[in-house]
Design a protein around this ligand. Structure first.
Ligand SMILES: [Zn+2]
Length: 333
């Protein structure tokens, strides 16, 4: 048993309370390799932004949970080395799907876990979430739960269609489970293909897809039911066209990839939405930078020469999100 406190990590409680009061959102960035983590820590240390480092089940399988845990611990020390005196870094399990997985993360030094039982019937979702909350709270680990179903594919999590969260269920759910934050479904979606062309309109000038707007009426109704309660948005990458274009220009094939416009996320960040998950955008940045090096320097075979530029581009992306979308810069001096 290792407490997250020994590792210099923090849970989400204070982070979220401040974010709701301050009208901004905490970035939740997924990581599964060193370059990604370096980019996240550098971006957050330089902007003094609190951050949630997310590990999915897929990342655990890919990178080994022990290594990831020590990497998160290393991230705290690296942040200090970069001159960030009091790093506000949370290590969070993304989409935990069983009590056992959540428990093992709590026991292993995570400061926050998500139990995603949203695919189960309502009462079963409550029962499983409550069980995780009861265990996690004993160790001051915070718990994110989910109500409603997001469309899209992310690691093992996938669904063809979305079901918006029902505002009439949220009070009962939050009260009976005791969860600390709630992931809701209002039209965001996992992956780089968040909407089919049929769901979108096309910009006549650029020919690009314009996605349908998020259901802010559902968000408003949820906030009315649960005033001041921390809300989480998953699947909130914007799929920047510049990266998609770069990937396609250098031999990739991502036709009609589409995400959530940043304008809508900016609006959400000012509300009770206090955690916004971004994963696909950094995957796109990484891939775009690597493809460019491969295309322009076919003789290059030192991984540092293509992972380095990938790291730089991800760092730029993270800073942009922090400063221009979430507004979390300067919130963790
Ligand atoms: Zn998610």
């Amino acid at each position: 048993m290792v407490s997250f406190k020994e590792l210099g990590l923090v849970n989400t409680r204070e982070m979220f309370a401040k974010a709701i009061k301050g009208g901004y959102a905490i970035p939740a960035f997924n990581f599964n390799n060193m370059e990604q983590l370096q980019a996240i820590v550098k971006a957050c240390a330089e902007t003094k932004s609190p951050v949630i480092l997310q590990v999915s089940k897929g990342a655990r399988n890919y990178a080994n949970q022990t290594l990831l845990r020590y990497m998160a611990q290393g991230a705290v020390e690296y942040a200090k080395e970069l001159g960030w005196e009091h790093p506000q870094i949370c290590l969070h399990l993304d989409h935990g799907d069983s009590f056992e997985l959540c428990k093992s993360c709590v026991d292993f030094g995570f400061s926050s876990v998500m139990i995603d039982a949203s695919s189960l019937p309502y009462e079963e979702n409550i029962a499983l979430t409550k069980k995780v909350v009861e265990y996690a709270h004993k160790y001051d680990v915070t718990v994110e739960a989910e109500l409603g179903v997001l469309a899209g594919v992310e690691d093992e999590v996938s669904s063809a269609v979305s079901h918006y969260t029902k505002p009439e269920e949220v009070v009962d759910f939050a009260t009976r489970t005791g969860c600390d934050s709630l992931a809701i479904s209002i039209g965001t979606s996992h992956g780089a293909y968040k909407f089919t062309p049929e769901q979108c309109t096309r910009d006549p000038k650029t020919g690009r897809l314009v996605p349908p707007p998020l259901a802010f009426d559902v968000l408003d109704a949820i906030m009315e039911q649960l005033p001041g309660f921390p809300i989480v948005l998953h699947g909130s990458s914007s799929v920047p066209q510049e990266y998609v274009d770069m990937i396609n220009q250098y031999g990739g094939k991502l036709p009609d990839a589409v995400g959530i416009p940043e304008e809508q996320l900016r609006k959400a960040a000012k509300s009770a939405v206090c955690k916004i998950n971004i994963d696909s955008d950094s995957r796109l940045a990484f891939t775009a930078a690597v493809r460019k090096v491969f295309a322009e320097k076919p003789g290059e075979f030192d991984p540092r020469k293509y992972c380095g530029p990938a790291r730089d581009l991800m760092e730029q992306l993270y800073k942009h999100k922090i400063i221009n979308v979430l507004g979390s810069d300067g919130k963790a001096e």
